[in-house]
Every structure is written in C-alpha cells, then in structure tokens.
Design a protein around this ligand. Structure first.
Ligand code: F6R
Length: 611
C-alpha cells in the first residue's frame, strides 16, 4: 500500500516521478505528492490521484534532477492535502515519503512534542521525519546517521526515501517490511516500491532487504544496514517487458488482464507441462518434492483472492494427491496460536508476494520448523525470498486492483502440483495422468472461446446493473469460484454479493431469495450436476432470477435458468479456471455500467503491506 518513487541522476526528475507514480497507483490512490530539488526543494501534494496532482501543479515549472514522489493509501489520518506525502520535518531539514506503518508513533510523537515539536498532520510519517531531524540537529550527525539511528527506534514497517536540505545531492532509501527496489542506471539511481517505474530505464535492480539502507549519490551507492554494517549490493537483471505494464489497447487493465488469461495460463505452465511425452516438472519444487510427498498435512495460506485459490488447492490436493489440506486466512492463522508440526508443509499463495499478513504467517511457520513454500507472481518479492522454495506463477504484472489472471495462474500452479504429487504418491495411474495433463494443456483454447461470450455477458450485465444484492452458488471445486465471483462483484461494483456452497443455501440464505435477487449458479456437467439442478429449482420456486454458467450444449438448465452462459466441456480439475472467467467479465461490465472505476476501486489497494 502506498507507492513510492525516487530519482537521482542527470535527467529531469519530475516526469520520471510522475510517470512512476502512475504505474504505482494500483498501490493506493487517495492522495499524491512530489518533492523535486534543484537548489531548493519544491514540494507539491494534494488529495486525489496523480492526475489531480498534475493539475494542481499546473504550469509551474518543476526543475531538478533529484526528487521523490508518493501515491497514498491512507492508514493514519484521512486522505487530505495535509496528510499527503511528502512530509517535511518541523524545521524543514528533511523531506520524506513512506510506505508502511510506524506502530510506536504515539510514544515517539509525545516524546518529540515534549521537546517542542509541533505536528501539522495526523500521520505516523510526520513523526518519523521529525525524529530524523531531531537526531540530526541534536546529535550533530550526518543525514545518513540520523536516518539510520531514527530507524533503529522505529517499530513497524517502512519503505522510505528521504532528502536532506543540507545535502541535496544525496537520496537515502531504506526498507523494513515494505518493499523497495533500487534501479541502477548509468550515473543515476531509481528507487521504487516495485520495479514497474524503473524497467523503462534500466533492468539492473537491487531488491532491498529488511533493515537495508541505500545512500545514493549520482555516481556512488553505499549499501549498509541501519546498524552500519556494510553490505555488498546484489544487482539482479530483471526480465520485465514494458508492454506488459501498459494497457495494450484495452480500456482498462482489468479487461486486458481478463483477456490475457489464455496467454498467462499458458505462460504459467509453459516449460513445466509437456504432452509429448506426458510430464510435469516444477523446477522450483525439485528439492522439496520428498517433503511434499511425505507431508502429513499441507497448510495453504493467503488473503482475499489468493485465499480462494487456496480453497481450490484444497480440493485439488486432497482429490488428486490424497494429502490432507487445511486452508487458512493468513491474518487469522498468524494470531490464533495454530498448531504447526515440523512435518507440515505450509504454502503461501500471493500475487504480490508482499501481503503483510501472509509474510508474517510464513515467518511464524518457519519458526515453528515447518517447510514453507510460496506460490507468487512478483519475481523477487518478499515471500519468494523468505520461503524455502516455491513456484512463480509467471502471469506477468497484474495492475488492475481486482485480481483476475493472478487467480487463474495460482490455480494453474496448484493443478500442476496436485497432479505431480498424485503421480509421485501413486494415486494417479498413467491414463489419468495423461488425461489430466491434456485437460490442463487445453485450458487456454477453451478460455479463448469463453471470452467470445463478451457481448452476451454485457447484455446480461445491463439487466442487472442496478441490483443491490447478488448470490453466487457453487458446489465442490465451484464453491471457491462462487466466493471469487462474489468478491469480484463487490470490490469493483460496490454491489453486495455473497458466495455460498449451493447446498448450504437451505440453511439460511434461501430466506433472501425473492424475485429481485439475481443468483449466479455455476452448474456445469460435473459430479454434482444433478444436485445443482435441484438447487436451481429451489431458487426458481422462490422466484429468484438465475444466471447459470453451464456446459456447452446443456439443455436441461437452459429451460430453468433466466440467463445462461455456456463454457466448453472440461474435467472438474480445471473447472475453476474456466468457470471463473465469465464471472470476472460479469463484474467488469456491471461495474463499468454503474460508472465505477474498475481499475482503482474505492478504499482498496493492490498490495496490502499493512496488517
Ligand atoms: C481481490 C484482491 C485481493 C488480493 C489480496 C491478497 O481481487 O486482489 O483480495 O487477492 O489482497 O493479495 P496477494 O495475492 O498479493 O497476497
């Protein structure tokens, strides 16, 4: 949450920072600000998006070759001009941007107040910048030392970039808990919350670790810890394509990412799945396969959509590999004193690889002695770096705040894992193995076909755009899909929606059904087809309006449902991958018809780096 960008070099900093902030806006978009220094710092900040900041700055010429910028997702203090970053210290010596939460800001603030500090904003960030200044002025130390000493006093999470008015040829960046990447150019350095603002300039990057501080001058970088221990920079080469982070002709990132799924799913299994000969190879898990095969239990953890993928994973791993699985919300798991055995394998699922609760949960599982694996999308993010092993989803950057292609990529990895482990454990014979691999290999073409239903889904969306409630029903593998469909609708269209296992409907939610209630049912021809047909009849008997996702050629449900969306026939194991796509499209169209900002829904941010 919150995006930060910094630059020091010979180019004009302003356009680099503004464009970088636009790329990071998925991380937060309730206020924005910049500080650019030529001889003296120029600071501008305001409530709203980066485009509002640009309008606010207007024709004012912003010159300078060092600068910092911030796009905010509010934690402490409402989104307004004063709480927007950058924050300046009381005497104007330091200017700072921050992503994270200073948990002990209350104590630090009252200590500073006792020493005469006056605060303008309600933010924890202003406390940090004043603490740095206090140490600097009182201790008569260098800006770098003041920053490092202040950070040793801080409890919480931070990714920061700081400029000192007395040393305007230096940019200081530091991280703990919140991600920070340094881009290494020729006589220039970039700093950003992730690599997307950097890749158009350089693909040489350093992912800062917790407690790292980078002291950046135009031709020099010093890397050390906040405790003044020297570090050797580990410069990595990024393989990230600039086109992958543009909209590519689509109106919204979300739409682009929905339509990208045939390719992104293919990218997830490319080089890992072969149909000639039939085989699955997951290099990232090579060394830990024995742990997985012998695991008494797998615990899948995640948040939001990634938690839904974990639920699909439970069905897959129990069904195909016969390994007991538990699925946990990371935020609950980390606080409820769970029982973790040394022969448990804990798998964290996360698009960003930075979700604070998921990170904390894996640290706890590691401490308890479990093997901890990751299924993540963002290469080099914190979770892959802190887990024993794992599998990247390789879905490419996901910019739309509502997760779409990341979900299908996560499920694709879980399908590969379940088939592979089922095979290793002797639960799957040759024929079934080959059949399952074929099913997976055919998914991209089948999704291509589903995407052609876009005009139909748009028409259905027009009918339901003013609904106030939705119910989503599914059974087995499709129950998590129902949850995911409901989440997509509520997060981008602000319509209340609930996902339910279809059979549970009779135990309460059926009371909600009347002739105004749209009920989306995933009713494909699978093991529980007959049962879901009965559930549809129960809804119809109460005059509910049915939108059914059915298998191509189904005639039975067509007669009962008000609207049907057909998807190609496929085995249950890949069913979640196919059936979720029309639900993503339905949410997208409904949200758009309601005039909502689909890529940046209110109150949300893509990467939840605070707990
Ligand atoms: C919903 C959505 C969120 C994320 C959740 C976890 O569309 O995007 O629910 O799935 O915040 O994020 P990651 O996967 O980055 O850990």
């Amino acid at each position: 949450m919150c995006g930060i960008v910094g630059y020091i070099g010979s180019k004009q900093a302003y356009p680099i920072i503004i464009n970088g902030l636009k790329r990071l806006e998925y991380r937060g978009y309730d206020s924005a600000g910049i500080c650019v220094v030529s001889e003296t710092p120029f600071t501008a900040k305001c409530k709203g998006k980066v485009s509002d900041l640009e309008n606010f700055i207007g024709d004012h010429s912003v010159a300078g070759t060092i600068g910092i910028g911030h796009t905010r997702w509010a934690t402490h203090g409402e989104p307004n001009d004063t709480n927007a970053h950058p924050h300046e210290s009381m005497n104007g010596t330091f200017i700072l941007i921050h992503n994270g939460i200073i948990e002990n800001y209350g104590i630090l603030k009252s200590k500073l107040e006792k020493r005469g500090y006056i605060f303008k904003s309600e933010t924890d960030t202003e406390v940090l910048v004043n603490l740095i200044e206090y140490i600097y002025l009182k201790g008569n130390v260098t800006p770098e030392i003041a920053v490092r000493l202040a950070l040793t006093k801080v409890v919480g999470a931070y990714g920061i970039a700081v400029i000192c008015r007395d040393e305007v040829d230096t940019l200081i960046a530091a991280r703990k808990g919140s991600p920070l990447v340094v881009g290494v150019g020729d006589g220039e350095y970039y700093v950003a919350s992730d690599a997307t603002p950097i890749v158009e300039f350089t693909n040489s990057v350093i992912f800062l670790n917790d407690n790292d501080v980078a002291i950046l001058k135009r031709n020099e970088m010093v890397l050390k810890t906040i405790y003044n221990e020297a570090l050797e920079p580990n410069i990595q080469t990024l393989d990230l394509d600039i086109e992958a982070i543009e909209k590519g002709g689509f109106d919204h990132f979300m739409l682009k990412e929905i339509f990208e799924q045939p390719r992104s799913i293919h990218d997830t299994f490319r080089g890992r799945v072969s149909t000639n000969p039939f085989d699955i190879h997951l290099g990232g898990l090579y060394k830990v396969i024995p742990n997985l095969v012998d695991a008494k239990r797998i615990i899948l953890i995640g948040c939001g959509t990634s938690w839904h993928a974990a639920l699909v994973g439970e069905y897959l791993l129990e069904d195909l590999a016969r390994i007991p699985v538990e699925v946990e919300y990371a935020s609950e798991f980390r606080y409820r004193h769970p029982i973790i055995y040394k022969d448990d394998v804990v798998i964290a699922i996360s698009q960003s690889g930075e979700t604070a609760d998921t990170l904390a949960a894996i640290r706890m599982a590691k401490q308890a002695g479990a093997m901890v694996l990751g299924i993540c999308n963002v290469v080099g993010s914190s979770i892959p770096r802190e887990t024993h092993a794992g599998v990247y989803t390789h879905a490419g950057p996901e910019i739309g705040v509502a997760s779409t292609k990341a979900f299908t990529a996560q499920v694709t990895v879980l399908i590969m894992m379940a088939i592979l482990l089922g095979r290793k454990k002797g639960e799957i014979n040759d024929d079934r193995y080959n059949e399952l691999i074929n099913e997976l290999a055919n998914v991209p073409d089948k999704i291509e076909k589903i995407l052609q239903a876009d005009p139909l889904i748009l028409e259905i969306s027009k009918r339901f755009k003013d609904a106030t409630n939705f119910l989503y029903l599914g059974r087995g593998y499709y129950f998590p899909v129902a949850l995911e469909g409901a989440l997509k609708l509520k997060e981008i269209s602000y319509i209340h929606a609930e996902g339910y296992p279809a059979a549970e409907m009779k135990h309460g939610p059926i009371a909600l059904i009347d002739d105004t209630m749209p009920v989306v049912v995933i009713a494909t021809k699978d093991n529980s087809y007959e049962k879901i047909v009965s559930n549809i009849q129960e809804v119809k008997a109460r005059k509910g309006v049915i939108i059914a996702i059915v298998t191509e050629g189904d005639t039975v449900i067509k007669q009962m449902a008000d609207y049907v969306i057909e998807i190609p026939e496929a085995g249950e194991v890949v069913g979640a991958l196919l059936s979720v796509v029309p639900l993503q499209m339905l949410s997208y169209h409904i949200a758009l018809l309601r005039g909502c900002n689909v890529d940046q829904p209110r109150n949300l941010a893509k990467s939840v780096t605070v707990e």
